[in-house]
Write a protein that binds this ligand. Sequence first.
Ligand code: MG
Length: 382
Amino acid sequence: MKRRDFLKTSAAIAAGAAVVSCGIKSGSESGKAPLPYTPSGNAKMKLSWQPYELQLAHTFTVATYSRTTTPDVQVQIDFDGFTGYGEASMPQYLGHTVESVCAFLGKVNLEQFSDPFALEDIMEYVNGLSEGDSPAKAAIDIALHDLYGKVLGQPLWRIWGLNPSKTPNTTFTIGIDTPEVMKAKTLEAADRFKILKVKVGRPDDKEMIGAVRSVSNLPLAVDANQGWADRQQALDEIFWLKDQGVVMVEQPMSKDRLDDIAWISERSPLPIFADESVQGLEDVKKVKGAFTGINIKLMKCGGLLEARKMLTYARAEGLKTMLGCMTETSCAVTAAAQLSPGVDFADLDGNLLITNDRFEGMQVVEGKITLTNRPGLGLKLI
Ligand code: MG
């Protein structure tokens, strides 16, 4: 190209660029988008917490124990006029207590961080403070995510690019009881839910399933909670369960018996999901050949940041995915629900099993998880 032609071309490109730049206004000029957020002055994150005992609507019985309350700690992080809510729920089998959660939270100094968006750095620091304490870590992670969404003015599902119409139906657990009570509970739940869950792994499994089946044809999920001891008997029962309209099985045998579970998964007509065998991402790597899918729970894995990594890894490895919860308020349940578009199963009914919820969050509408359009987790204090 001659120098004169080059100059002509350059001038034409510059003119074109000028037209484009005149045609597109920046967000602040158009008045539609907020200015980039800048914290005011020396804004610091302030972490606070309070123990909060959850009252169960019904005595909760699984293969290994029964209970009527669940210990819980409610957490909040205040920053620059915004408040993020989090929660640590502590079912007995994980071995955490209100005291251990509060002791951990007392060690956390969030004031050293001036940017609440630095989730990776903040959670790396929090996770490095101890080996375990996953519920306490989850509480901080959830509160940080709520805060982050509120500062941005958008719900987390939208920030993550998820489609809220792709949320699954949640299972609703019919607690183990006498057959008559289980029938009554099933009839009550059958109007509101599209899939029910029954705890098995006990000698009277067939009676319990029979009670539910006698009053409802809804698909069933079952959770053995490590309760089956013999793999051949477990497999025989799984074939029987399939004939009863069961669609998935959780944790058939003890969490460490991966060889036996792999044997079952290879032969099972139903997908076999890991629950007690999996806490965080490292465990998913260990169990991926033994199970068909994994049940991700925020209280086990330490929060949404880790849960998102587990989901990504599981999908890449061809594992089915499920989101579960403990008995929790709508805070932690709604946090898990943000991730639910696209998962294979969801068991997010923990807030429906208590009588003293502090929040209104995600709703179950005709059995389906329904997310709100409010920022962060989208919670309202009741
Ligand atoms: Mg389970």
